[in-house]
Write a protein that binds this ligand. Structure first.
Ligand code: SAM
Length: 282
């Protein structure tokens, strides 16, 4: 097979790679922050790649966007104010705004070009960008949180690139301390936490940093994501106070459609594998 017909994300540190057959490259540019590419694939729709790493495909983004948003929103007792740090493709914003109780959702991505390209190549993810409750900011999420007032947000969703480059500080204790300060009493932080198979050490460091910052009540949830290394991804929820119970009845009666998420998936995603329980005993 001609290698130019495939996009391959190689991850030397884990000795893995993932490929998609492509029809054509639609766009590439160097933004002020990162190298952005868009491909049209044979079977996964459009694909966004940042600095050589797969970010979003038309076909499978629903796993990630639904699982990084709805479990946290149906765990918080009354989420009204939500911030999405990163998330420039706008798919998480769309899921958050499906919740009628949310009054204000701010997406804070460092790179406006990601959103402008998503508007062209992933218009379905951007369909809620003009919702009056949506607020799009293009600044560093680390600075946004540092400058925020205490008790100014109910849920912070960290939908970032991997912990290198501009996203590195989003996985550190100083950032979590700033999150602690601006979260409300029942506030929840939820962050994409990579693969439990390939990145267990990183998950441990992240959980320790969250605990040191006072976000010591934690749950890691798991979901499939074939685009990302190992095909098995996770998100970690952390809060100051003990996490509230899953609002199962509200979820069962959710007034919107999802493709993957429902009450059974919510509960199943929180089942902890044996090796994970051993690494992170309750
Ligand atoms: N779902 C994806 C994943 O896990 O690979 C993440 C997608 S989203 C496109 C990631 C976004 O994080 C990018 O648009 C990038 O610009 C943004 N980002 C990285 N570092 C950031 C920072 N310090 N503040 C705000 N946004 C940041």
């Amino acid at each position: 097979m001609n290698s130019s017909e495939w996009f391959t994300e190689q991850v030397p540190s884990t000795g893995t790679a993932f490929s998609l057959k492509i029809k054509q490259k639609l766009h590439e540019e160097q933004s002020d922050f990162q190298f952005l590419e868009i491909y049209e694939t044979e079977t996964f729709g459009n694909l966004m790649v940042i600095d050589g790493c797969t970010m979003v495909s038309t076909r499978d983004n629903f796993f990630y966007h639904e699982m990084i948003s709805h479990p946290a929103l149906y765990t918080h007792p009354n989420p009204k104010r939500v911030w999405i740090i990163g998330g420039g493709d706008c798919g998480t914003l769309r899921e958050v705004l499906k919740h009628p109780a949310v009054e204000h959702a701010v997406q804070i991505d460092i790179d406006e070009r990601v959103t402008r390209l998503a508007e062209i190549y992933f218009p379905e993810l951007c369909e809620s960008n003009n919702d009056p409750r949506a607020d799009l900011k293009f600044i560093d999420g680390i600075k946004w949180v540092k400058d925020a007032a205490p008790n100014s947000v109910d849920i912070i969703i960290v939908d970032s690139t991997d912990p290198i480059g501009p996203a590195e500080g989003l996985f550190g204790e100083a950032f979590y301390r700033d999150c602690f300060h601006c979260l409300s009493e029942n506030g929840i932080l939820v962050q994409q936490s990579e693969s439990a198979l390939l990145h267990l050490k990183l998950i441990g460091e992240m959980r320790d940093a969250m605990s040191n910052a006072g976000l010591s009540h934690q749950q890691t949830l798991f979901f499939p994501q074939c685009l990302y290394p190992s095909g098995w991804w996770s998100a970690t929820i952390a809060s100051k106070a003990a996490l509230s119970a899953f609002r199962e009845q509200d979820c069962a009666n959710k007034p919107f459609d999802t493709i993957y998420y429902n009450t059974d998936i919510h509960k199943a995603s929180l089942a902890q594998p044996e090796f994970f329980k051993k690494a992170f005993p309750l």
